[in-house]
Design a binder for this molecule. Sequence first.
Ligand code: C2E
Ligand code: MG
Ligand code: MG
Length: 672
Amino acid sequence: MRENTVLDPTIKNLIDNLPHPFLLVNEQGEIVLWNKEAQIKFGYTAEEIIGFPVPFVEQSQISINEMLFQQLLKKPEPMDIGYHTYVAKSSERILCKSLLNVWKIEETPYLAMSLILSDSSTSESTFEEELSYLRSGLEDSFMMLSVDNEGLITSANTNFLKQSKWTPKRILGKTFWQMFPQTDVGTKQADKIWESLKNGRTWHGEVEQITKDGQPYWVELSALPISQHSTAPTNYLLLENDITDKKTLQHRLEKIAYIDQETGLMNRFRLEQLVNKMIEESQHFTFVFLSIDKFYSLKEIYDDKAEAVLVMEFTNRMKMYFQDSIMARVSVNDFVVLTPLGEWFIQGFLSYLKQHPIYLDNTSTPLTISGGITKFPEDQNTFSNLFKASNTVIQKIQSEGGDSIASLSKDDHKSLSTRSVIERRLLIALNQKDLHVLYQPQRDLSTDGVTTVEALVRWEDSEIGIVPPDILIPIAEETGLINQIGNFMLEKACEQAVEWSKAGHKIRVSVNTSIREFRDKNMADTIRKILDKTNCPADLLQIEITEKFALEAEAETSIVKQMKQLQVEGVKFSLDDFGTGYASFRYMQLLPLEEFKIDKSFISSVTYQDKTRALVEGMIQFGKSLQLRVVAEGVETDEQEMMLRQAGCDAIQGYYISRPTSASEIEKYFKA
Ligand code: C2E
Ligand code: MG
Ligand code: MG
């Protein structure tokens, strides 16, 4: 219906000359009359706007629908619905007080809207006005939905409509539940939110929603009950922020946490989980550890790309030979097969490899392997012992030239599982303070200076020789001696930080810790005492935890509490070996972390493996989105440094800068 058929020309003239914007809207929500002042204030001409839905009011504020008409019909005098923001053609937001009433013309109801502009220069802003501004700000940055007492949607703003693909008309009257995936999980989630709203409580969290055509997207949702005149809630406001990108990355990280990117085999972390499960279920199996011989000299003869081909070709042969067995890659050149097959079959893999040589640069490469066979439950009965026993065989074979697969004798197994030697010697070492500390610097990529060094434990025993941390730490953890090692390291690190600080170098020392140390309810206290005793400022100490630790800390509130207390006092926390465990978004938010360190296994192939590169870039972005400092570990070449610099990594650590070395040696890296 056109305006001129609606109104008497005299009335129309009168309306046109009203000193404030005025418009008439029909029941379909289309504008049928638009006065001069409205044209001036909002920038739309009558021709542009008549016959179209009201384009300039934020959808979540007023929705013109039958309900509103019915409500207004019952009232003879204009209804003041308070301040609302309207969007002009120029996108300017204009705050107006809105007076509404219904005019009946030839039995058809029309909504008459008088918009009184707020004059902020003269009147003091009222509380109501301020609320409107606030709401207008929210409209700008959030997706917004209003829901009535029955769970029916009464309005939705433009941001929401854009994301959810609903049209304004279609969404009104739909239920709140229809916004969630139509699955058990989706409905339960919606029910939970609804229940909390009904009880007058706000709900905040991450939820999955679906668009009109069923496409999932993730939002961070705050749902608030709104009560008028402090009665029970009468309607609800949902504020949402799209976090789909973050979620997608998180899911990718969680998935890759289980697989080795280069070969697609499962990684060590996943293998450990699986083996533990098989042990729990008392399944019998043989643990076969396979290591490519002379891998590092092969690497030197050929280039990095050839190394990748070698690994892939080897993986393919392993898959062909062992077929349905479980296979994992546990380090660059080490693999594990879990199989029910017998020893003679496993050893047959050596001749299979000879019959199917690998070609690099068109020449067949003499690839041999060493393998260790350990049986569960006959030989060993824990993951770490199966691993160690097989490893011991391999070391023995490799020292004799490699190219063989064997198992340990009964006696070997026995001495290996007793561990009494190491334990006994470790006690002496702790007593005599035979442990010592090496430091490895991190290069800050923004300044090229060194501000942080990592403290690494070293033990060389007069009887058993060098015991690397990878062997020492698990034994210390199992025997409880880890607390003493931890305290020793913390004390040394703090003393060293103070010494450097006195010499004018403000260097933070980063100390590795095990979950076992934090299980101690007095850990925070112990650290505080060490800081006091050594006179070390808390902000010179950083503590590294691993992902496994994080997983457990999530469940143990006392651990998180202690960490948070220490953080308040200035101690920093770093997540070590990121990507090798279960990279969960949840604990990354829960724990007071300042940084994470991308594990060296990713860095080793970052320059020639596109997938790994994309992954590392993703991790760096991920860190940035959480405002965490990102450090790359195990950087060995300038190409790796360059790539990491380009990707925006904050700092790097690795042999490329320096091997772990003594405190005095490391000072040369500090800027004067
Ligand atoms: P981490 O904390 O990830 O330490 C980094 C390890 O990578 C160190 O091995 C370091 O020597 C090595 N590394 C550094 N740069 C490179 C590189 O460019 N290439 C390669 N291939 N390796 C590099 P390290 O000292 O043998 O320590 C092994 C692990 O033992 C540490 O891994 C840490 O988890 C644990 N550890 C070391 N000291 C302590 C300690 O005092 N307490 C506890 N709880 N754990 C410790
Ligand atoms: Mg570390
Ligand atoms: Mg690490």
